[in-house]
Design a protein around this ligand. Structure first.
Ligand code: BEZ
Length: 251
């Protein structure tokens, strides 16, 4: 039930995730006939872009619902429900691509090992995800509002991993990659509509807020909105303080 709601909200309100992913797609430079694995493909919008180059694309995501939506939107493409940590591909791919997914992985080194193992000789890994200080203002406001409202509860435990370039490229080297490119940049990201921040928190914060009732979530979100209104709300639109990392590693 929750999963179903998520893929709909993802496609309706968070399509910007795939739109912004087109930048990292340019770094992938997919070629006709190449076998490419899209890790954390969501509802498949970038997988289909990759396949337009003539590459043979496989998209995986750990959410069954995302994969069902991807498969029904793009029936000609190959999708599977697989968690990155359970990937068992052995030197099968020319490239592994990932957009806006790897910050959900709390065991980054294990994930990188799986990616490395899935690449053939000279294979490349091209990825973008949230970096150090990503959505820091939103996260700080959420923690502050939560501890004000629920002072007897333990602090919220974030489900995300936002490394610095130094930290992540070190892990890449430790698993065997040669790092060819790494970039860190701020990317203020408009969220759709006046309820954009609320939708963002409901979609991406669900994992850490699921113990709250609907009313508690609403009160928490209203408090976060109040505290961020003067800094992140402009011209009737919320702007999220995204910071990204882009990397290219070669085997
Ligand atoms: C991100 O794409 O940066 C992101 C998405 C969900 C939660 C946190 C960050």
């Amino acid at each position: 039930m929750l999963d179903e709601w998520q893929s709909k909200l993802y496609d309706d309100k968070h399509y910007f995730v795939s739109n912004y992913g087109k930048g990292i797609l340019e770094l992938l430079e997919p070629l006709k006939g190449e076998k490419i694995l899209d890790v954390g493909c969501g509802t498949g919008d970038l997988a289909v872009e990759i396949s337009k180059s003539g590459a043979i694309e496989k998209g995986i995501d750990k959410s069954e619902d995302m994969i069902q939506t991807a498969q029904s939107k793009y029936p000609d493409l190959n999708f599977a429900t697989v968690d990155i940590l359970n990937m068992d591909y052995n030197e099968e791919f020319d490239a592994v691509f990932s957009n806006a997914a790897l910050h959900w992985l709390q065991q980054p080194k294990e994930g990188l090992q799986k990616i490395y193992q899935s690449l053939g000789e000279d294979g490349r890994f091209v990825a973008e995800f949230g970096g150090k200080n990503n959505v820091m203002m939103i996260r700080n406001a959420l923690h502050a509002a939560y501890s004000n409202l629920f002072s007897d509860s333990p602090p919220l435990k974030e489900p995300w991993y936002f490394p610095s370039i130094a930290e992540y490229t070190t892990l890449m080297e430790e698993v065997g990659f040669t790092v060819h490119y790494a970039r860190y940049y701020s990317r203020p990201t408009p969220l759709e509509g006046t309820d954009g921040l609320a939708n963002w928190i409901l979609m991406f914060g669900e994992g850490m807020l699921q113990h709250l009732t609907k009313d508690e979530k609403r009160t928490l979100i209203e408090n976060v909105e109040k505290s961020l209104k003067t800094t992140l709300y402009m011209d009737h639109q919320w702007i999220a303080d995204y910071c990204r990392i882009q990397v290219i590693g070669k085997k």
